[in-house]
Design a protein. Sequence first.
Length: 254
Amino acid sequence: MNPRVAGKIALITGAASGIGKACAIHLAREGATIVLTDRNVGLGEATAAELGPPHRFRTLDVTDESGWAAVVAQTVAELGRIDILVNSAGLGILGDIERATLQDFRLQYAVNVEGTFLGCRAAIGAMKHTGGGSIINVSSVAGLVGDPNLAGYCASKGAVRLLTKSVALHAARAGYHVRCNSIHPSFIDTPMVAAMAEAMGGTDVARAILTKASPLGRLGHVDDVSALVVYLASDESRFMTGAELTLDGGLTAR
């Protein structure tokens, strides 16, 4: 069987760990050349070294508009185009509406929403000149249903959901051949979820609570998410844009 994204160029944010790293590994395995980006230089370079050439790491703070312009321009200069953008960088901070601070709310909005906005805009600017592409925005099940302890996170991930639809409609009507879809995982076994679990009062107890939230009875694995990303990045999903794909072990089926 031929690799599903052979010859494609993929730029991934938050690629040093968690979902972003899994997407980098899986897309590389399926034939894509990966540009990994993250603020964590050490982990990002280590992941790029694991993959080996021609994959490479670039430092990027997704909230930095000029940083986006530089990374996209450098990628196009070196590799000719960008076919796939995975907006995976994200931040979640516990806090209900009474306890969440404005500082934490703004930080989550900056990373989760503004970072995704900047990424979509920068990628479309490149993709529309090179035949199109696929943008995959990692939202969350918290962008579909509420959680009393995640006021800022829910607000930001809900914004990503509708931003995705706006981007998809704009690109389609402009004839750019750029697709944009969002994915909505529930609790995936990542460092971010581990940090949330610790903040809930202890990893073991919290993991048990999070596991029970899924009718399938387990946390999601990063490979569950990366498999869906590969599908959306490939031509197999060529008629899909503006969609929201839920990956939650049945949580929202109740």
